[in-house]
Design a protein around this ligand. Sequence first.
Ligand code: ASN
Length: 297
Amino acid sequence: MKREFLALEVTSVVLGACREFLAKEGFVELLPVILAPVTDPLRTTPEWATISAYGRSWYLTRSMIFHKQAAVRVHPKIFCFSPNVRLEPAERAKTGRHLFEFVQLDLEVRGASREEVMDLGERLLLHVLGEVRRECGKDLRVWGREVPEYSRPFPRVSWHEAREEFGEDFEVELSRKHKEPVWLVDFPIDQREFYDREDPERPGILRDMDLLYPEGYGEALSGGEREYQPERIKARILRQGLSLDAFRPLLALAEDGLHPSAGFGIGVERLVRFLCGFSHVGEVRLFPRIPGEDALL
Ligand code: ASN
Protein backbone atom coordinates (compact mmCIF):
# COMPACT_ATOMS: atom_id res chain seq x y z
CA MET A 1 0.00 0.00 0.00
CA LYS A 2 1.36 3.42 -0.97
CA ARG A 3 1.84 6.07 1.69
CA GLU A 4 -0.63 8.45 -0.02
CA PHE A 5 -3.24 5.69 -0.09
CA LEU A 6 -2.67 4.90 3.58
CA ALA A 7 -2.99 8.58 4.50
CA LEU A 8 -6.35 8.76 2.74
CA GLU A 9 -7.58 5.59 4.45
CA VAL A 10 -6.51 6.79 7.89
CA THR A 11 -8.01 10.26 7.32
CA SER A 12 -11.29 8.72 6.31
CA VAL A 13 -11.40 6.48 9.40
CA VAL A 14 -10.53 9.47 11.62
CA LEU A 15 -13.37 11.59 10.19
CA GLY A 16 -15.85 8.73 10.57
CA ALA A 17 -14.74 7.92 14.11
CA CYS A 18 -15.04 11.57 15.21
CA ARG A 19 -18.50 11.88 13.71
CA GLU A 20 -19.69 8.62 15.26
CA PHE A 21 -18.32 9.51 18.71
CA LEU A 22 -19.72 13.04 18.70
CA ALA A 23 -23.16 11.98 17.46
CA LYS A 24 -23.38 9.55 20.41
CA GLU A 25 -22.45 12.41 22.74
CA GLY A 26 -25.38 14.48 21.41
CA PHE A 27 -23.45 16.82 19.09
CA VAL A 28 -24.72 18.19 15.79
CA GLU A 29 -22.43 18.96 12.86
CA LEU A 30 -22.31 22.49 11.46
CA LEU A 31 -21.45 23.18 7.87
CA PRO A 32 -18.20 25.15 7.67
CA VAL A 33 -17.92 28.91 7.28
CA ILE A 34 -15.13 29.97 4.93
CA LEU A 35 -15.74 33.72 4.51
CA ALA A 36 -16.49 35.97 7.45
CA PRO A 37 -16.62 39.65 8.44
CA VAL A 38 -14.60 38.84 11.57
CA THR A 39 -12.23 36.00 12.39
CA ASP A 40 -9.74 34.73 14.96
CA PRO A 41 -7.11 37.40 15.83
CA LEU A 42 -4.34 34.76 16.28
CA ARG A 43 -1.37 36.79 17.47
CA THR A 44 1.14 34.28 16.07
CA THR A 45 -0.09 34.62 12.47
CA PRO A 46 0.42 38.24 11.40
CA GLU A 47 -0.84 38.02 7.79
CA TRP A 48 -4.56 38.07 6.96
CA ALA A 49 -6.15 36.48 3.90
CA THR A 50 -9.07 38.48 2.52
CA ILE A 51 -11.17 38.69 -0.59
CA SER A 52 -13.40 41.53 -1.63
CA ALA A 53 -16.94 40.93 -2.75
CA TYR A 54 -20.12 42.98 -2.86
CA GLY A 55 -18.35 46.17 -1.89
CA ARG A 56 -16.62 44.90 1.21
CA SER A 57 -13.76 42.80 2.41
CA TRP A 58 -14.19 39.27 3.79
CA TYR A 59 -11.71 37.28 5.84
CA LEU A 60 -10.92 33.70 5.00
CA THR A 61 -11.69 31.96 8.27
CA ARG A 62 -8.69 31.38 10.53
CA SER A 63 -10.87 29.52 13.00
CA MET A 64 -14.60 29.36 13.64
CA ILE A 65 -14.20 30.42 17.28
CA PHE A 66 -16.80 33.23 17.12
CA HIS A 67 -19.17 31.15 15.00
CA LYS A 68 -18.93 28.42 17.62
CA GLN A 69 -19.85 30.87 20.39
CA ALA A 70 -22.80 32.05 18.29
CA ALA A 71 -23.85 28.51 17.38
CA VAL A 72 -24.17 27.32 21.00
CA ARG A 73 -26.95 29.88 21.38
CA VAL A 74 -28.92 27.60 19.07
CA HIS A 75 -27.69 24.10 20.03
CA PRO A 76 -25.80 23.11 23.19
CA LYS A 77 -23.24 20.84 21.49
CA ILE A 78 -21.85 21.64 18.06
CA PHE A 79 -18.89 20.57 15.96
CA CYS A 80 -17.56 21.30 12.52
CA PHE A 81 -14.76 20.08 10.26
CA SER A 82 -13.62 23.58 9.60
CA PRO A 83 -11.22 24.52 6.77
CA ASN A 84 -8.96 27.31 7.97
CA VAL A 85 -6.60 29.54 6.04
CA ARG A 86 -3.66 30.89 8.04
CA LEU A 87 -0.92 32.64 6.12
CA GLU A 88 1.94 31.28 8.19
CA PRO A 89 5.43 32.69 7.62
CA ALA A 90 7.37 30.60 5.05
CA GLU A 91 9.90 29.47 7.72
CA ARG A 92 7.12 27.43 9.31
CA ALA A 93 7.22 25.05 6.33
CA LYS A 94 10.05 23.29 8.16
CA THR A 95 8.27 22.67 11.46
CA GLY A 96 6.48 19.66 9.97
CA ARG A 97 3.29 20.92 11.65
CA HIS A 98 2.14 23.87 9.52
CA LEU A 99 -0.01 24.12 6.41
CA PHE A 100 -1.53 27.42 5.35
CA GLU A 101 -4.78 25.67 4.55
CA PHE A 102 -5.80 22.91 6.93
CA VAL A 103 -8.89 21.41 8.56
CA GLN A 104 -9.64 21.35 12.24
CA LEU A 105 -12.33 19.50 14.09
CA ASP A 106 -13.70 22.42 16.06
CA LEU A 107 -16.27 21.86 18.79
CA GLU A 108 -18.04 23.83 21.51
CA VAL A 109 -20.30 22.95 24.44
CA ARG A 110 -22.69 25.40 26.05
CA GLY A 111 -22.26 25.70 29.83
CA ALA A 112 -19.26 23.34 29.94
CA SER A 113 -16.18 23.75 32.10
CA ARG A 114 -12.62 23.28 30.88
CA GLU A 115 -12.41 20.00 32.81
CA GLU A 116 -15.52 18.68 31.06
CA VAL A 117 -14.16 19.35 27.60
CA MET A 118 -10.76 17.92 28.58
CA ASP A 119 -12.54 14.73 29.61
CA LEU A 120 -14.38 14.75 26.27
CA GLY A 121 -11.14 15.35 24.37
CA GLU A 122 -9.43 12.38 26.02
CA ARG A 123 -12.33 10.06 25.30
CA LEU A 124 -12.58 11.29 21.71
CA LEU A 125 -8.87 10.77 21.07
CA LEU A 126 -8.88 7.27 22.57
CA HIS A 127 -11.94 6.36 20.50
CA VAL A 128 -10.25 7.56 17.30
CA LEU A 129 -7.03 5.69 18.14
CA GLY A 130 -9.04 2.51 18.76
CA GLU A 131 -10.89 2.80 15.45
CA VAL A 132 -7.72 3.50 13.48
CA ARG A 133 -5.95 0.58 15.18
CA ARG A 134 -8.85 -1.70 14.27
CA GLU A 135 -9.31 -0.51 10.69
CA CYS A 136 -5.77 0.41 9.63
CA GLY A 137 -3.49 -1.18 12.26
CA LYS A 138 -2.11 -3.84 9.92
CA ASP A 139 -1.35 -1.44 7.09
CA LEU A 140 0.27 1.05 9.44
CA ARG A 141 2.47 -1.72 10.83
CA VAL A 142 3.78 -2.39 7.32
CA TRP A 143 4.99 1.20 7.35
CA GLY A 144 6.58 0.71 10.76
CA ARG A 145 3.89 2.49 12.76
CA GLU A 146 2.13 0.92 15.73
CA VAL A 147 -1.00 2.83 16.80
CA PRO A 148 -0.22 3.59 20.45
CA GLU A 149 -2.46 2.70 23.40
CA TYR A 150 -2.89 5.10 26.30
CA SER A 151 -4.91 5.23 29.46
CA ARG A 152 -6.59 8.29 30.83
CA PRO A 153 -6.60 10.74 32.48
CA PHE A 154 -3.53 12.10 30.70
CA PRO A 155 -1.01 13.94 32.89
CA ARG A 156 -1.35 17.71 33.31
CA VAL A 157 1.36 20.31 33.59
CA SER A 158 0.80 24.01 34.11
CA TRP A 159 2.35 26.49 31.65
CA HIS A 160 4.48 27.93 34.47
CA GLU A 161 5.76 24.53 35.64
CA ALA A 162 6.60 23.52 32.08
CA ARG A 163 8.40 26.79 31.42
CA GLU A 164 10.39 26.50 34.63
CA GLU A 165 11.45 22.92 33.97
CA PHE A 166 12.20 23.11 30.23
CA GLY A 167 12.81 26.81 29.45
CA GLU A 168 11.78 28.55 26.19
CA ASP A 169 11.31 25.37 24.17
CA PHE A 170 9.08 23.74 26.75
CA GLU A 171 6.41 22.64 24.29
CA VAL A 172 8.86 20.69 22.13
CA GLU A 173 10.62 19.22 25.17
CA LEU A 174 7.40 18.23 26.89
CA SER A 175 6.14 16.52 23.76
CA ARG A 176 9.49 14.74 23.27
CA LYS A 177 9.87 13.60 26.83
CA HIS A 178 6.41 12.10 27.31
CA LYS A 179 5.36 8.59 26.34
CA GLU A 180 1.68 9.55 26.48
CA PRO A 181 -0.31 12.68 25.54
CA VAL A 182 0.17 15.49 28.05
CA TRP A 183 -2.01 18.49 28.91
CA LEU A 184 -0.58 21.95 29.19
CA VAL A 185 -2.96 24.12 31.24
CA ASP A 186 -3.26 27.61 32.76
CA PHE A 187 -1.59 29.81 30.16
CA PRO A 188 -0.76 33.36 31.27
CA ILE A 189 -3.23 35.91 29.94
CA ASP A 190 -0.82 37.56 27.52
CA GLN A 191 0.14 34.29 25.83
CA ARG A 192 -3.26 33.65 24.27
CA GLU A 193 -6.18 35.28 22.50
CA PHE A 194 -8.77 37.53 24.12
CA TYR A 195 -11.56 34.95 23.85
CA ASP A 196 -9.88 32.50 26.29
CA ARG A 197 -11.52 33.08 29.67
CA GLU A 198 -9.52 34.53 32.54
CA ASP A 199 -9.86 32.50 35.74
CA PRO A 200 -11.99 34.67 38.05
CA GLU A 201 -10.14 33.20 41.04
CA ARG A 202 -6.65 33.58 39.61
CA PRO A 203 -6.35 36.87 37.75
CA GLY A 204 -3.83 36.69 34.92
CA ILE A 205 -4.28 32.93 34.41
CA LEU A 206 -6.57 31.49 31.75
CA ARG A 207 -9.04 28.60 31.95
CA ASP A 208 -7.56 27.05 28.83
CA MET A 209 -5.47 24.10 27.69
CA ASP A 210 -3.45 22.47 24.94
CA LEU A 211 -2.95 18.75 24.52
CA LEU A 212 0.45 17.67 23.22
CA TYR A 213 1.14 14.43 21.39
CA PRO A 214 4.06 12.39 22.72
CA GLU A 215 7.16 11.43 20.68
CA GLY A 216 7.80 15.07 19.73
CA TYR A 217 4.72 15.42 17.47
CA GLY A 218 3.69 18.63 19.28
CA GLU A 219 0.27 20.21 19.66
CA ALA A 220 -2.78 17.99 19.23
CA LEU A 221 -5.59 20.14 20.52
CA SER A 222 -6.13 23.66 21.78
CA GLY A 223 -9.06 25.26 23.56
CA GLY A 224 -10.59 26.40 26.81
CA GLU A 225 -13.47 28.23 28.42
CA ARG A 226 -14.54 31.46 26.68
CA GLU A 227 -15.09 35.05 27.68
CA TYR A 228 -18.79 35.68 27.03
CA GLN A 229 -19.72 38.87 28.94
CA PRO A 230 -19.50 42.02 26.77
CA GLU A 231 -17.55 44.06 29.34
CA ARG A 232 -14.99 41.28 29.80
CA ILE A 233 -14.60 40.80 26.06
CA LYS A 234 -14.10 44.55 25.54
CA ALA A 235 -11.50 44.75 28.29
CA ARG A 236 -9.60 41.79 26.85
CA ILE A 237 -9.67 43.18 23.28
CA LEU A 238 -8.27 46.49 24.53
CA ARG A 239 -5.66 44.79 26.71
CA GLN A 240 -4.44 43.01 23.59
CA GLY A 241 -4.06 46.37 21.83
CA LEU A 242 -6.77 45.48 19.29
CA SER A 243 -9.55 47.78 18.12
CA LEU A 244 -13.09 47.33 19.40
CA ASP A 245 -14.29 48.32 15.96
CA ALA A 246 -12.65 45.30 14.31
CA PHE A 247 -14.67 43.00 16.56
CA ARG A 248 -17.97 44.85 16.38
CA PRO A 249 -19.96 41.80 15.14
CA LEU A 250 -18.76 39.76 18.13
CA LEU A 251 -19.51 42.59 20.57
CA ALA A 252 -23.02 43.00 19.14
CA LEU A 253 -23.57 39.29 19.67
CA ALA A 254 -22.25 39.49 23.23
CA GLU A 255 -24.54 42.46 24.01
CA ASP A 256 -27.41 40.38 22.77
CA GLY A 257 -26.31 37.55 25.08
CA LEU A 258 -23.69 34.83 24.73
CA HIS A 259 -23.64 31.71 26.89
CA PRO A 260 -20.71 30.53 28.94
CA SER A 261 -19.11 27.74 26.92
CA ALA A 262 -15.95 25.73 26.44
CA GLY A 263 -14.52 23.88 23.49
CA PHE A 264 -11.45 23.05 21.49
CA GLY A 265 -10.07 22.34 18.05
CA ILE A 266 -8.03 19.34 16.87
CA GLY A 267 -5.99 19.70 13.70
CA VAL A 268 -7.03 16.83 11.45
CA GLU A 269 -3.80 16.69 9.41
CA ARG A 270 -1.70 16.74 12.59
CA LEU A 271 -3.73 13.90 14.03
CA VAL A 272 -3.32 11.80 10.88
CA ARG A 273 0.38 12.67 10.71
CA PHE A 274 0.78 11.41 14.30
CA LEU A 275 -1.19 8.22 13.60
CA CYS A 276 0.82 7.48 10.46
CA GLY A 277 4.14 8.51 12.01
CA PHE A 278 4.84 10.93 9.12
CA SER A 279 7.44 13.64 9.47
CA HIS A 280 5.38 16.42 7.78
CA VAL A 281 1.65 17.26 7.80
CA GLY A 282 1.90 17.90 4.06
CA GLU A 283 2.19 14.11 3.54
CA VAL A 284 -1.34 13.73 4.86
CA ARG A 285 -2.95 15.82 2.12
CA LEU A 286 -3.15 15.02 -1.58
CA PHE A 287 -3.07 18.76 -2.26
CA PRO A 288 -1.02 20.24 0.57
CA ARG A 289 -0.67 23.99 1.05
CA ILE A 290 2.80 24.33 2.53
CA PRO A 291 3.81 27.86 3.61
CA GLY A 292 5.98 29.49 0.95
CA GLU A 293 5.70 26.56 -1.49
CA ASP A 294 3.94 26.41 -4.81
CA ALA A 295 1.23 23.86 -5.64
CA LEU A 296 0.60 21.91 -8.83
CA LEU A 297 -3.14 21.61 -8.32
N1 ASN B 1 -10.16 25.93 17.81
C1 ASN B 1 -9.58 26.78 18.82
C2 ASN B 1 -10.45 26.81 20.04
O1 ASN B 1 -11.50 26.22 20.04
C3 ASN B 1 -9.37 28.16 18.29
C4 ASN B 1 -8.29 28.20 17.23
O2 ASN B 1 -8.23 27.39 16.35
N2 ASN B 1 -7.45 29.20 17.26
O3 ASN B 1 -10.06 27.41 21.03
